[in-house]
Design a protein around this ligand. Structure first.
Ligand code: COA
Ligand code: AMP
Length: 637
């Protein structure tokens, strides 16, 4: 087998770790800066390393104006394919620039300027990309909220980001259900203490939003009189966006992404990780509400001069499990990127991939997967049925791009099922024990990244550096703690085994069990509760609630489950997928009264159980194990 310690990959990787400033200064030359960076790697007032701090740029300029000025104006920038509305549209780089500049003009006229935050709550339509780029054009900071989140979750983000404006659409469409967004936006603004000055609404034919003058602005009416806005230069270390992600507490964390490092890392990744050339068609079948959507539906393909696909549909049922193959053939997609869940869903409905036979996939070079662990059966099925290399790569919202991957544009290494292959240049991955010692090969521990992190990674949490420091940097000084556990084998291949904290991954969506526990605990009959992620054949994991009733609570387990499921749906959103709760007589706890969540996770995962010496009542372990087994909550080995 090819040795990852020799060859083109090894050379590239070593250069990035031994001389990071030189390595990234070289990559930065691929972009058209207003003022090229002189400070490649510097420190900010918090003592965090920053990339390209003193540069001047505009990310929207690099993604659009640059290409139009350099002969790419006629090429499709976006292909919008929406099986749920039976619409297909191609938007060229020139047309997209025109739309973005005009919409930016409307935002500017509505008072948005450099440094202001703008929340975007949109379905998967081309206008979501227009909105993001328009905000970037003004040097403002967007914060996109996934459409599956409830009004309450939107309100939490509004209060944290304090946006000047909010951009939305009248509805999203889930297969054949029209989900009205405007009532949720109105409710969120009522709940939030902060009130945006304006709400810009795109009226879609499927639903008509009610407008509240003078706050609400109709997108299509507004642009009729708006004049085009120019790009506003920003510094390399100015934020491009804040994207909220789930942590271990109920409060989501606002990951801050700088303009400069983000542009450099994403541009580099398009050739190094994905082997894409300008002009190629790249499809990330994700949603703009997630980091994969930010990076690989919007910014990276456009920074690289590729064509990106905005797909408003599902892998199945829109209309069938051949949807992915149709899109790949129809638009000559060279690389597709999706969560393993999507392929599990296709496999479930079309196990022999009969529908694939209707399409010619010759254009497709590689299938990329991320967002959750790629289980070997899904890896084998996809490899066998497509006949294409399948690349698993490991990611986090915090990094904005892959931390470990098979670098198809540098040197394709042999794959190992279950492994996301090797560290991406810039990421010094180490496996640590609980004391912070680096562990030898094939020994499982915490996956940590030795500082400095490469460009694009977060340098703070929005408005809360201490939370960033406490959550990521304090446990292992000198390292960023990823929250994932795993090991590196004797060939240097990384195996990510799962989260070591209370974050779970449902259908490639990152969710906090702590947040769900807060909702369950607010039910008047619930004394205590714990939410754990259990294995699910389709979605990877799904949450299940375990509740302890208050003395005298007069409610059946069925009724309680119904009410708790409805509460989570209302408070967090349907994407949380909490469908099951069970009532238990007690939960295992420490003598100081803390619920032993790690122990519950170990039982659910069918792992070796480590009972801490601080346990209050050791008998509670076998009791809960029995209850979990009889309720089907323990993963079958
Ligand atoms: N707006 C409103 N509601 C949404 C939504 C959105 N943008 N996205 C999801 N929902 C709702 C769904 O309608 C569903 O509601 P329901 O419980 O009333 O049916 C619920 O949230 C769960 O959605 P989902 O997890 O998408 O389940 P599904 O059964 O509709 O689809 C899959 C199953 C596997 C097809 C789907 O989960 C999928 O495509 N997963 C891949 C995810 C992905 O690409 N993640 C990106 C990370 S890289
Ligand atoms: P998110 O921030 O939503 O992208 O979720 C990041 C988390 O998803 C990681 O911390 C992992 O737990 C999980 N994850 C993402 N990609 C992979 C992968 N390729 N293999 C295993 N887990 C992954």
């Amino acid at each position: 087998m090819t040795n990852p310690c020799e060859g083109a990959y090894a050379k590239e990787y070593q250069a990035s770790i031994e001389t990071p400033a030189e390595f990234w200064a070289e990559q930065a030359k691929a972009l058209d800066w207003y003022k090229a960076p002189k400070q490649i790697l510097s420190e900010d007032i918090n003592g965090m390393q920053r990339w390209f701090a003193d540069a001047e740029l505009n990310t929207c300029y690099m993604a659009l104006d640059y290409h139009v000025a350099n002969g790419r104006g006629e090429q499709s920038a976006i292909i919008y394919d929406s099986p749920v509305t039976a619409t297909k549209t191609k938007i060229s780089y020139s047309e997209l620039l025109d739309q973005v500049a005009t919409f930016a003009g409307l935002l500017q006229q509505s008072g948005v300027s450099k440094g202001d935050r703008v929340v975007i709550y949109m379905p998967m339509i081309a206008e979501a990309v227009v909105a993001m780029l328009a905000v970037a054009r003004l040097g403002a900071i967007h914060s996109v909220v996934f459409g599956g989140f409830s009004a309450n979750e939107l309100a939490v983000r509004i209060d944290d980001a304090k946006p000047k404006a909010l951009i939305t659409a009248s509805c999203g469409i889930e297969i054949n259900r029209v989900i009205e967004y405007k009532p949720m936006v109105d409710e969120a603004i009522v709940i939030a203490s902060h009130k945006p000055d304006h709400v810009v609404i795109l009226q879609r034919p499927e639903a008509q939003a009610e407008m509240q003058a003078p706050r609400d602005i109709d997108w299509k009416e507004g642009i009729k009189t708006a004049s085009k806005a120019d790009c506003v230069p920003v510094r390399g270390d100015d934020p491009l966006y804040v994207l909220y992600t789930s942590g271990t507490t109920g409060k989501p964390k606002g990951v801050v992404r700088d303009n400069g490092g983000h542009a450099v890392a994403l541009k580099y990744s398009m050739s190094a990780v994905y082997n894409m050339q300008p002009g190629d068609v790249f499809w990330a079948a994700s949603d703009v509400g997630w980091v994969v959507g930010h990076s690989y539906i919007v910014y990276a393909p456009l920074l690289h001069g590729c064509t990106t696909i905005v797909y408003e549909g599902k892998p199945v049922r829109t209309p069938d499990a051949g949807a992915f193959w149709r899109v790949i053939e129809e638009y000559q997609v060279k690389a597709v990127f999706a969560a393993p869940t999507a392929f599990r869903a296709i496999r479930k409905e079309d196990p022999e991939a009969d529908l694939m036979a209707n399409y010619n996939l010759d254009c497709l070079e590689t299938v990329f997967m991320a967002g959750e662990r790629l289980d070997p059966p899904t890896y084998h099925w996809t490899t066998e049925k497509t006949g294409k290399p399948v690349v698993d790569h490991w990611w986090q919202t915090e990094t904005g791009w892959a931390i470990a991957a098979n670098l198809t544009g540098v040197e394709t290494l042999p794959t190992k099922p279950g492994s996301s292959t090797v560290p991406v240049p810039g990421f010094n991955i180490q496996i640590l024990d609980s004391l912070g010692n680096e562990l030898p090969a094939n020994t499982q521990g915490a996956i940590a990244l030795k500082l400095p992190l490469p460009p694009s990674c977060l340098a703070t949490i929005w408005g809360d550096f201490d939370r960033f420091n406490d959550g990521y940097l304090t446990e292992y000084p000198g390292y960023y703690c990823s929250g994932d556990g795993g090991y590196i084998d004797e060939d240097g291949y990384l195996f990510v085994m799962g989260r070591t904290d209370d974050v779970i991954n449902v259908a490639g969506h990152r969710l906090s069990t702590g947040e769900m526990e807060e909702v369950l605990a607010s039910h008047p009959a619930v004394a205590e509760c714990s939410v754990i992620g259990i294995h699910d054949n389709l979605k990877g994991q799904i949450p299940v609630g375990m509740t302890l009733l208050k003395d005298g609570a007069d409610i059946s387990a069925e009724q309680l489950e119904k009410e708790l499921v409805a509460m989570v749906r209302k408070e967090i959103g349907p994407l949380a997928c909490l469908k099951q709760t069970i009532v238990v007589p007690r939960l295992p706890k420490t003598r100081s009264g803390k619920i032993l969540r790690k122990l519950l996770r170990q039982i659910a995962e069918n792992q070796d159980i480590v009972v801490p010496s601080t346990i209050d009542d050791p008998a509670s372990v076998s009791e809960i194990q029995g209850i979990m087994q009889s309720n089907g909550l323990v993963k079958k080995s």
